[in-house]
Design a protein around this ligand. Structure first.
Ligand code: MG
Length: 157
């Protein structure tokens, strides 16, 4: 078995949609990025790649490549799962934490879990997503952006 961890941050910006955990969330601002800026999926991809010792998301899907401009991060997760599969690994479980002062994420957690479980072709019970504020401290607390952490366990197929 192998463990992997991932971390990502994106800043809030006006006139952007807020994509998180593969779903669109109603909010007055979205996250800024070359792709749809789904910070949770990006941290999850990095955790998967890390577990398989396959470098990182920027190595496989560079944000300088016009091919990835505005891309749906669910597609990056699908591609990442193909890399994991090709190296002979399967996902056991993942545990993620989203750090956001706004918006309230608890009502959306189960939909995110369902969405990510479907993409990773695993049971919803293997996909844990947690949300926390940072008690108004730091860039998250000042509502400047969202951070996400992910930990995954993989095993040989
Ligand atoms: Mg990112």
């Amino acid at each position: 078995m192998r463990i992997g961890q991932g971390y990502d941050v994106h800043q809030f910006a006006a006139n952007r949609q807020l994509w998180l955990g593969g779903i669109l969330i109603e909010h007055e601002r979205g996250l800024l990025g070359h792709s749809d800026a789904d910070v949770l999926i990006h941290s999850l991809c990095d955790a998967l790649l890390g577990a398989a010792c396959l470098r990182d998301i920027g190595y496989h899907f560079p944000d300088t490549d016009p091919k990835y401009k505005g891309i749906d991060s669910k597609e990056l997760l699908r591609k990442t799962m193909r890399l994991i599969d090709a190296k002979g690994y399967r996902l056991i479980n993942c545990d993620c934490t989203i750090c956001a002062q706004v918006p309230k994420l608890n009502p959306h957690i189960d939909q995110m879990r369902q969405c990510l479980a479907q993409i990773m072709q695993t049971d919803i019970d293997c996909v844990s997503i947690k949300a926390t504020t940072t008690e108004h401290l730091g860039f998250v607390g000042r509502e400047e952006g969202i951070a996400a952490y992910a930990t995954v366990l993989i095993d040989n197929k």
